[in-house]
Design a protein around this ligand. Structure first.
Ligand SMILES: Cc1cc2nc3c(=O)[nH]c(=O)nc-3n(C[C@H](O)[C@H](O)[C@H](O)COP(=O)(O)O)c2cc1C
Length: 202
């Protein structure tokens, strides 16, 4: 098993997959790791759809501007934010955090005010605001996948509305990204990264 540093350094975006299927228990493990991600007020708005059927994967690839490699992965995880789930989870999460004293009463009051104001915001604006939480959960999946020899690639170049139509979802579901996942049939060179100095702001 890789330690965190090794996983971070070894990870690559994988766009070629072997056809081998992934055991269901591996997928469950990945989702369990996603579940443990931190989220604002512990609201846990992430929801996942596991797609294995060839036809659905091909249609998903179409929603991603025909990035055809997506349909070659044995599994594609559609990673979403549940907007009502977020609103409900925030209310109970703030209460829980206040009760155990993790956050001060003063902050509980500020957060409760924020939650009230969220209810007046249009759903299509809330989705992108919640997406940060889901992104962290997705990256848990990406890194944990390496423990099983699996590779993946974040896909954000998608038409969310088309994904919703494909699965019959309403605007309560905001599609954050899709994640094709499988055994790598390539191991790309590390992509260029900025130097440490370049990521610091004076
Ligand atoms: C938010 C996000 C969106 C991305 N969207 C796509 C995408 O639509 N298609 C794709 O092929 N790669 C996509 N990528 C992968 C990036 O191109 C890749 O992470 C970057 O080039 C660095 O390469 P590496 O992941 O191998 O280190 C995305 C990555 C992230 C984090």
């Amino acid at each position: 098993m890789l330690n965190t540093k090794e996983a971070i350094e070894k990870r690559r975006s994988i766009r070629k997959f072997k056809p081998d299927s992934i055991p269901d228990e591996y997928i469950r493990e990945l989702l369990s790791s996603a579940r443990l991600a931190p989220s604002g007020c512990n609201a846990q708005p992430w929801r996942f759809k596991i797609v294995k059927e060839a036809d659905a994967k091909a249609k998903l690839a179409e929603t991603a501007h025909n990035q055809s490699f997506i349909s070659q992965a044995p599994v594609v995880i559609v990673c979403c934010a549940d907007i009502q789930g977020y609103l409900d989870g925030t209310v109970s999460g703030v209460q829980d955090l206040g009760k155990i004293g993790a956050i001060e009463d003063r902050i509980v009051t500020v957060l409760q005010g924020k939650v009230k104001s969220l209810e007046t915001i249009e759903r299509n604006e809330l989705g992108p605001r919640i997406a940060t939480n889901v992104a962290i959960a997705i990256e848990h999946i990406v890194l944990r996948a390496l423990d099983f020899g699996l590779g993946s690639c974040w896909i954000r170049l998608i038409e969310g509305q088309k994904v919703r139509e494909l699965f019959g979802w309403n605007d309560n579901i905001y599609v954050v990204a899709i994640l094709p996942i499988g055994y790598p049939a390539e191991y790309p060179e590390a992509r260029k990264r900025l130097e440490l100095n370049d990521v610091l702001i004076d």
